[in-house]
Design a protein around this ligand. Structure first.
Ligand code: NAD
Length: 317
C-alpha cells in the first residue's frame, strides 16, 4: 500500500458530513485525488464542481471528480459518510436499521472493485456501522477504522483546557466507549502536561473542581444533541476529526487517536468495535492502547462494550 506517489481518497456520501470532510481536506491539502460518490449522482457532480472552483484559492492541487465504485480499486482510503442524519430526539442506535440497508448497497461494490486500502467510517451509530463494514468487507479489522470518540475527545480537551486555562493541545484526556450515551471520561487518565487533573483538583477547591469536571463530561456527552437542536445536524467538527485520522494514516504518524476499533482482548473485551485510544498509522489501527483504568472506569467501559455487542448481535448479517 501507498507505493504510488498520489494519495487517493474515495468519499461515499456527499452530504453535510462528507462535504465538510472534503472541504477540510482541500484546505489542508491532505490528498492528491478525491473521488465523490453518492446515490444522488447529480449531487456528487455538483459538489465536485463547487470544490474544483475553489482550487485556485487553495494551496492544493487535488484532482476532484464525481465517480463510481470502480474508482475505489486503487484508492488508499474509502471514507463512508453515507446514511441518514440523526433526527431531534432520535438515539444513534435508532438510526441503525435505516443505515444498515444503505451499507449493504455500498460495501459490496467497494470490495468487488478490488479495493485494498483502509475504510474510514463516520456514519452513526459509528461503532456498529464500522463493525458492519468489517463484516461485509471481510477486511482485517485493523484496516477498518471508525471515527469513534475522536470528536468527543476533541470536545473534552477543548472544555478541560478552557476550565484550567491551558492550551487544549497540552490536555491529555480521552473519551472512551460507544460514540453515544454510554461513553465516559476516565478521569484517572486525564493530564495537564504530565500532571493528573485529579491531583490539580485536590490542590484547590476539590468539590467545585470535581463538580466542574462532572459538568464537562455531561457537556461532551450531550454536545451533538444540543447542536442538532440548534442547527439540525453536526458536521464541521466530525469533518475535521476525519481529516485528522486521514492525515495520521497518510503520514504514517503513529498518532494516538480515540478511533473505533475492534478489541481483541484489550481491557478484557473482544469482538466489539468501540472508541479507545489507538495508535494510528498507514496500517490503520496499529495497536489499541491499554490505559490503567480504575475498577469503576473499567466497569463503565464494559457496560458500553456490552451494549454495543448486544446491539450488533441483534443484526441479521
Ligand atoms: P446527509 O443526509 O447530509 O448526507 C448523507 C448522504 O448520504 C446524502 O448525500 C445521501 O444522498 C447519501 N446516501 C444515502 N444513501 C446512500 C447510498 N445508498 N449510497 C450512497 N450515498 C447514499 O447526512 P450527514 O449530516 O452528512 O450525516 C451523515 C452520517 O454521519 C449520519 O449517519 C450522521 O449521524 C453521521 N455523523 C457522525 C458523526 C460522528 O461523530 N461519527 C458526527 C456527525 C454525523
Amino acid at each position: 500500500m501507498f507505493l504510488k506517489d498520489s494519495r487517493k481518497v474515495v468519499l461515499v456520501g456527499t452530504g453535510m458530513v462528507g462535504m465538510s470532510y472534503a472541504y477540510a481536506m482541500l484546505n489542508q491539502n491532505i490528498c492528491d485525488e478525491l473521488v465523490l460518490i453518492d446515490v444522488d449522482k447529480k449531487r456528487a457532480e455538483g459538489e465536485a464542481m463547487d470544490l474544483n472552483h475553489g482550487l485556485a484559492f487553495s494551496g492544493s492541487h487535488m484532482k476532484i471528480t464525481a465517480g463510481e465504485y470502480k474508482d475505489c480499486a486503487n484508492a488508499d482510503i474509502v471514507a463512508i459518510c453515507a446514511g441518514v442524519g440523526q433526527k431531534p430526539g432520535e438515539t444513534r442506535l435508532e438510526l441503525l436499521e435505516r443505515n444498515l440497508a444503505v451499507f449493504r448497497s455500498i460495501v459490496n461494490p467497494i470490495t468487488e472493485s478490488g479495493f485494498n486500502g483502509i475504510f474510514l467510517v463516520a456514519t452513526n451509530p459509528v461503532d456498529i456501522m464500522t463493525h458492519i463494514v468489517c463484516s461485509l468487507s471481510g477486511f482485517n479489522p485493523r484496516r477498518v477504522v471508525g471515527t469513534g470518540t475522536a470528536l468527543d475527545t476533541a470536545r473534552l480537551r477543548y472544555l478541560v483546557g478552557d476550565f484550567f486555562e491551558v492550551d487544549p493541545r497540552n490536555v491529555h484526556a480521552y473519551v472512551m466507549g460507544e460514540h453515544g450515551d454510554s461513553e465516559f471520561v476516565p478521569w484517572s487518565q486525564a493530564m495537564i502536561a504530565t500532571k493528573p487533573v485529579t491531583t490539580i483538583c485536590q490542590e484547590g477547591d476539590t468539590q467545585s473542581c470535581n463538580a466542574a469536571l462532572g459538568q464537562i463530561e455531561v457537556e461532551v456527552r450531550t454536545a451533538a444533541e444540543k447542536i442538532i437542536e440548534a442547527k439540525k445536524a453536526t458536521y464541521y467538527g466530525i469533518g475535521m476529526a476525519m481529516v485528522r485520522i486521514t492525515r495520521a494514516i497518510f503520514g504514517n504518524e503513529n498518532s494516538v487517536l480515540t478511533v473505533s476499533s475492534m478489541l481483541r482482548g484489550e481491557y478484557g473485551e473482544s469482538g466489539v468495535y468501540v472508541g479507545a485510544p489507538c495508535i494510528v498509522n498507514r496500517n490503520g489501527v496499529q495497536k489499541v492502547l491499554e490505559l490503567d483504568l480504575t475498577e469503576e472506569e473499567l466497569q463503565k467501559f464494559k457496560s458500553s462494550c456490552d451494549l454495543l455487542r448486544e446491539t450488533y448481535a441483534g443484526l441479521s448479517l
